[in-house]
Design a protein around this ligand. Structure first.
Ligand code: SF4
Length: 270
């Protein structure tokens, strides 16, 4: 089998950058500096503190994304915002993305996609997802994101402590060893009601599919409606072992399944 992960030296091999010790020291210093700060202060720190380096935001423009996008826009509208267009998204997501980007006046929105050459080579008929979803996500999400993050020292995610046991102690700043980047989690201490309240208080529009029964929204072929009482992410890759797309790395490996500890290593990048 061809290896579409080729070109990511260090990602799947377990190799780590040489400067990890320095990087961990920077992460520790940032956490000490912003330990009792608000989400906004953490964002300001991430975007302005030289210790954090050059930071981008990665957003799916999904069900909860608009809260963090609004916060980022309030701090600095020129923050690079990376949106992964897998070219298999719902039409509603594309429309919502344009609406939100305009409304928040995002000044540096970057829409990233797999190259046509890669699609022609690895998924010429758009059917790779039917035989190998991990490779499809790798081709359409992980690789384009990795290329887009080249040159950045870190990225902002929307992950939160309440989402799983393994995130219960998640800090605002984390070292992503596999890539040598810093992950920034300004909403680490937010609960589900905080996101809801923030959206209401700031009159932020919901993704239109939320009202139609989609509390978590990814690619159209891999997202189904969720019934009352089901886990909000039950509609993602329904019936498959796969629960994550693989853009987050733990111990040098892309996270694609919920761990025994209940980790739902989030697609909630924004
Ligand atoms: S979510 Fe489905 S369609 Fe989208 S990239 Fe992953 S496997 Fe492919």
């Amino acid at each position: 089998m061809d290896n579409i992960s080729a070109g990511f030296p260090g990602r799947n091999t377990g190799a780590v950058p040489d400067n990890l010790v320095d990087l961990q020291a920077r992460v520790d210093a940032l956490n000490a500096r912003y330990r009792h700060h608000s989400a906004t202060a953490v964002l300001e720190g991430a975007l302005r503190d030289p210790e954090a380096g050059k930071i981008a935001m990665v957003s799916s423009f999904g069900a909860e994304s608009v809260a963090l996008l609004h916060l980022v826009a309030m701090v600095d509208r020129k923050t690079p915002v990376l949106f992964i267009d897998t070219q298999l998204l719902f039409a509603e997501t594309l429309t919502y993305q344009q609406e939100i980007a305009e409304r928040l006046n995002l000044q540096d929105l970057r829409i990233i996609r797999a190259s046509q050459a890669d699609l022609d080579q690895h998924d010429p008929y758009g059917a790779l997802r039917l035989s190998d979803q991990d490779r499809c996500c790798d081709l359409r999400k992980t690789q384009p994101l990795e290329r887009a993050l080249d040159g950045f020292d870190g990225w902002i995610t929307g992950r939160k402590r309440y989402q799983s046991a393994t995130r219960a102690n998640m800090e605002f700043f984390e070292l992503e060893e596999a890539t040598g980047r810093i992950k920034v989690n300004p909403l680490a201490h937010w609960g589900p009601e905080d996101v809801r309240n923030y959206m209401i208080e700031n009159r932020l529009p919901k993704h239109p599919l939320v009202a139609q029964g989609y509390p978590s929204i990814g690619c159209a072929p891999c997202t189904s409606k969720v019934k009352p009482g089901e886990d909000p992410r039950a509609g993602r890759w329904r019936g498959q072992d796969k629960t994550e797309c693989g853009i987050h790395f733990v111990n040098g490996k892309p996270v694609r399944q919920t761990s025994a500890a209940g980790e739902t290593s989030a697609i909630t990048v924004g």
